[in-house]
Write a protein that binds this ligand. Structure first.
Ligand SMILES: Cc1cc2nc3c(=O)[nH]c(=O)nc-3n(C[C@H](O)[C@H](O)[C@H](O)COP(=O)(O)OP(=O)(O)OC[C@H]3O[C@@H](n4cnc5c(N)ncnc54)[C@H](O)[C@@H]3O)c2cc1C
Length: 603
């Protein structure tokens, strides 16, 4: 199914909106809902049917100090998040997020999210890693859950609310690139209709990127195949930086050899990790909280057990997540999705047998740098962080930064909703102060040349009948290079090697032409656009990681094992031109609470 787009025509079909929201996951949906509610002309764009966005796969839950099970306080949540971030998170942003959490969850309840309930009718909350009461004392129960399908419940409720209010949705449209006008201001977006291959321009002075994560740069990952970091690619091509790209979360319990997620909820409900000797080994790594230590700590512990020869199976390459001692009803009622995954992909019923697991890439802590209002920021010539007029980013693609060097489970669903709502508020205020309709002249060919988007469209028109190298194999090679060179543990040598491989792959990508089936299939063109983004993100990751000569949170270097606050308590900003890195300081000054000074992180 393809038509040849008329790329030489001086004008593309154009529509204009007050706001474009790119992405229909939790972040995009929450923002679009708030904007539509305020009566703005909004279009939400998604490359898949909205409820297939990755948010739908979130299992364990969303954090809020509701105190339904154990007493709780937003400032304890704030402390845990800062400690979990290995002190790289910005304390003003974390404070803001934790303060808003209860209201965000109550709002979800009112939107119709079917949360699991306690006997007294209150929202069910479970234990998750890295959560404590009273600044590090006993375990807290803070993660609000709809069984182990919380994301599914949230995304569908938000979708229904958007439909109810009539948000315009471009579904199965692929956003290629941002378009800036000749004054350098945000002016629109080039999109491709995936059904018929037609390109068109959506014009707007306010664009919110909510394009989700990019876990597809690693071979084993929990992410959907659509998580290719398109928003990040767009931002890099626009000459803007990406922040903290060295920090990728490896979830401790992926299905061994396959990568799908077995939620932390399994350990939250009492599951225990065991090595080949049957030992519950987490007691050796985190004596106090054991299996509920922070994710980076548990992932390293598993990798270490395997490296030291205590792995299970014929290859000794995984450990076991044991739920067999739990009540069968707990598994069936609280973890039905986990049981399904285990049965489907491993043929293992966790009621009877432990689940083979190994760390898998799960989440990117880094992303498009923003301030608390979701405005994309970039250092000016004096190094001052300045908002890019009209450009916003929220959700997993953004780095505000509330997760720092390591995210706590249950904090991403919170992040996407808090900042989705906040960015929408900011945009709405800006629109109200603007006089009448935004000033949008029809974009000319010059604007498109300037934004480089026309060249990119033309690039993937070329076709060939013979292909030595194809997109799929290039993608697999990139994923393997990243896993070997920049995985749970990394060092200078492994990363240098990955970088060399990435550079070769990039050259190969430039030489690939799409297959000639008499025409070029749209999905093949889409895969090419996505792979360009993934490659750019992989390179950003390796460059940022090579430069950071310390270990912090999820960035574990064998050659620099200590955290080094003297030199590295700072965020990295990577620009693709010249692979340049600059740094900015971490915000250690919350607005209301006293600051939490960095100290050793023990669980
Ligand atoms: C398996 C799994 C389980 C998880 N469980 C939890 C959990 O229990 N608790 C928690 O807090 N976090 C969890 N997370 C993390 C959390 O779910 C995600 O970080 C979060 O949902 C991301 O939301 P988002 O709105 O930013 O992006 P997504 O939900 O990924 O949505 C991205 C959107 O962008 C659109 N898009 C992307 N590129 C383009 C393009 N070029 N053109 C048009 N549209 C585009 C997509 O179509 C999609 O609509 C989990 C993640 C995974 C993978």
């Amino acid at each position: 199914m393809s038509t040849t787009p008329n790329i030489d025509a001086p004008k593309f079909k154009t529509e204009s909106y007050e706001v474009l929201v790119v992405g229909a996951g939790g972040a995009g949906m929450r923002a679009a809902l708030a904007l539509t509610q305020e009566g703005h002309r909004v279009a939400m764009i998604s490359k898949v049917f909205p409820t297939r966005s990755h948010t739908v796969a979130a299992q364990g839950g969303i954090n809020a100090a509701l105190g339904n099970v154990t007493s709780d306080d937003w400032s304890w949540h704030m402390y845990d998040t800062i400690k979990g971030s290995d002190y790289l998170g910005d304390q003003d942003a974390i404070e803001f997020m934790c303060q808003q959490a209860s209201e965000i969850v109550r709002e979800l309840d009112h939107f119709g999210v079917p949360f699991s309930r306690l006997e007294n009718g209150k929202i069910y909350q479970r234990a998750f890693g890295g959560q404590s009461q009273n600044f590090g004392e006993q375990q807290a129960y803070r993660t609000c859950a709809a069984a182990d399908r919380t994301g599914h419940a949230i995304l569908h409720s938000l979708y229904q609310q958007n439909i109810r209010l009539g948000t315009t949705i471009y579904e199965e449209y692929y956003a290629l690139d941002l378009i800036f006008d000749q004054q350098g201001e945000v002016a629109g977006l080039m999109v491709m209709n995936i059904h018929n291959g037609e390109y068109s321009i959506l014009q707007s002075r306010h664009i919110l990127l909510a394009t989700g994560g990019a876990g597809q740069i690693f071979r084993n990952n929990t992410n959907a195949s659509i998580n290719t970091g398109d928003g990040l690619g767009m931002v890099l091509r626009a000459g803007l930086p990406l922040q903290d790209m060295e920090f990728w979360q490896f979830h401790p319990t992926g299905v061994a050899g396959k990568g799908m997620l077995i939620s932390e909820a399994a350990r939250g409900e009492g599951g225990v990790l065991r090595n080949a000797l049957g030992e519950p080994f987490m007691q050796n790594y985190a004596p106090k909280v054991k299996d509920l230590a922070s994710r980076d700590v548990v992932a390293r512990a598993i990798a270490t057990e395997v490296q030291q020869g205590r792995g299970c199976g014929p290859e000794g390459d995984f450990v076991l997540l044991d739920l067999t001692h739990l009540d069968t009803d707990t598994i069936k009622q609280r973890l039905p999705g986990i049981r399904d995954i285990s049965l489907t992909f491993l043929g293992v019923d966790p009621v009877e047998q432990p689940i083979p697991t190994f760390p898998t890439c799960h989440y990117m802590m880094g992303g498009i740098p923003t301030n608390l209002n979701g405005q994309v920021v970039c250092p000016d010539s004096q190094g001052k962080q300045t908002p890019v007029k009209g450009l916003f980013a929220v959700g997993e693609c953004a780095c505000v930064s509330v997760h720092g060097a390591n995210r706590l489970g249950g904090n991403s669903l919170l992040d996407i909703l808090v900042f989705g709502r906040q960015a929408a508020k900011t945009i709405s205020q800006q629109l109200q102060t603007e006089q009448g309709q935004p000033n949008l002249n029809n974009l000319s060919l010059d604007d498109l040349e300037l934004s480089g988007v026309r060249k990119r469209i033309q690039r993937w028109q070329s076709k060939t009948s013979y292909q030595e190298e194809n997109l799929h194999s290039l993608k697999q090679k990139m994923q393997r290079s990243m896993e070997r060179g920049c995985g749970v543990f990394r060092n200078q040598q492994s990363m240098q090697h990955a970088l060399q491989e990435l550079e070769q792959l990039e050259t190969s990508l430039q030489q690939v032409n799409l297959r000639d089936h008499g025409k070029v299939f749209n999905l093949e063109r889409l895969a090419a656009y996505e792979l360009e983004n993934l490659m750019a993100i992989a390179k950003a990751t390796v460059h940022s990681a090579l430069a950071r000569t310390e270990s912090r949170g999820a960035h574990s270097r064998i050659d620099f094992q200590q955290r080094d606050d003297t030199h590295w308590l700072k965020h990295s900003l990577y620009f693709s031109a010249g692979d340049r890195l600059v740094y900015k300081s971490v915000n250690l000054s919350p607005n209301q609470h006293a600051p939490f000074t960095p100290k050793a992180r023990v669980y």
